[in-house]
Design a protein around this ligand. Structure first.
Ligand SMILES: Nc1ncnc2c1ncn2[C@@H]1O[C@H](COP(=O)(O)OP(=O)(O)OP(=O)(O)O)[C@@H](O)[C@H]1O
Ligand SMILES: [Mg+2]
Length: 295
């Protein structure tokens, strides 16, 4: 299912209280890919993704989600199919949890969209397993959990509904390194399974490792929308201007390029960088010998 954002403006509040945030957004979220959304804090990333399942409706323009068109005046009653097609894991997962127990919380989505008690339980148990949730805790209140476990429950709640598109707003925040690695693996698995994924992230290493396409937001507008390779080929200064980091591997590759090394593609990993350097190191040694010959 393709999602098209066409000429969208968005403001929080109305009249004098109105706070304009998004300005003239035109984007297509490609099917079966991982699209990362990056940009400085306050640039409108969370506001943008909430347009993707009509949690927020555009003030101007429209969002086309499969066969559904959402504009300012679209009525709430038309939104249910969109909510089941586009699942959202919010930036602060605790805001998403509400039930008395973890299991009930995760079962809520499937039940709400017509699954029987038994089907919902099966989907919930499977989703909790998929996110690596400790199954001894499923009868606990979700509010007694650690931040990392809460995040897993919120994730499972969305997975259990099996939506076509999944949106993750800073999913790795609050997870330890192992939790982050597991999350990365889960997102890769979901893409393998044919899901469309939208990922807001401040971690450029994660964007490099996962994303096919990257959208850069700046002050409520789209500053860049291109492939991950195109993005990281931009000069170092551009990243500094955007207040974005460069992944270490890429920063190192750029420095090496300045020093005269040549690369035929962007190094996604340290191993890849080492491979591309191989034949060239002999050259470096040669020129060093040349230098010492002149000394
Ligand atoms: N409910 C709201 N009411 C009024 N203004 C809001 C509301 N939510 C966000 N904003 C404002 O909209 C702008 C964009 O916020 P948003 O949360 O979308 O940014 P973000 O890119 O997700 O930032 P972060 O990286 O910090 O999560 C900010 O200026 C913010 O203050
Ligand atoms: Mg945000």
């Amino acid at each position: 299912m393709v999602i098209d954002i066409e000429g969208v403006d968005f403001a929080y509040g109305a009249g004098k209280q109105s706070v304009p945030v998004l300005k003239d957004i035109n984007l297509t979220i490609k099917e079966g890919q991982i699209t990362a959304i990056i940009g400085q804090t306050g640039s409108g990333k969370s506001t943008l993704v909430q347009q993707l399942n009509a949690l927020l409706k555009p003030s101007k323009g429209q969002v086309v989600i499969g066969a559904h068109k959402i504009s300012k005046n679209t009525k709430e009653k038309y939104l249910a199919p969109i909510r089941s097609a586009v699942g959202m894991v919010f930036q602060f997962p605790e805001s998403q949890l509400f039930a008395a127990t973890v299991l009930e919380d995760v079962m809520y989505g499937p039940k709400n969209f017509g699954a029987s008690e038994e089907e919902a339980k099966k989907a919930a148990v499977q989703a909790l397993k998929q996110v690596g949730f400790d199954d001894r805790l499923i009868d606990q209140s979700p509010f007694n959990l650690s931040g990392g476990q809460m995040r897993r429950v919120a994730l499972a709640g969305v997975l259990a509904m099996n939506p076509d598109t999944m949106v993750f707003d800073e999913p790795a925040a609050g997870l330890d390194p192992q939790g982050q690695a597991e999350l990365l693996a889960l997102l890769k698995d979901l893409r393998e399974a044919g899901k469309t994924i939208v990922l807001i992230s401040h971690q450029m290493e994660q964007v490099l490792a996962l994303a096919d396409q990257v959208i850069v937001m700046k002050a409520g507008q789209v500053e860049a929308n291109e492939t991950t390779a195109e993005l990281f080929a931009r000069p170092k200064d551009w990243f500094a201007d955007q207040h974005l980091d460069l992944p270490e591997t890429i920063a190192f590759q750029k420095e090496l390029a300045k020093a005269g090394f040549t690369f035929d593609h962007l190094a996604k990993t340290i191993e890849d960088l080492a491979d591309q350097l191989k034949g060239q190191l002999d050259l470096a040694k040669l020129s060093k010998e040349e230098v010492s010959a002149h000394e």
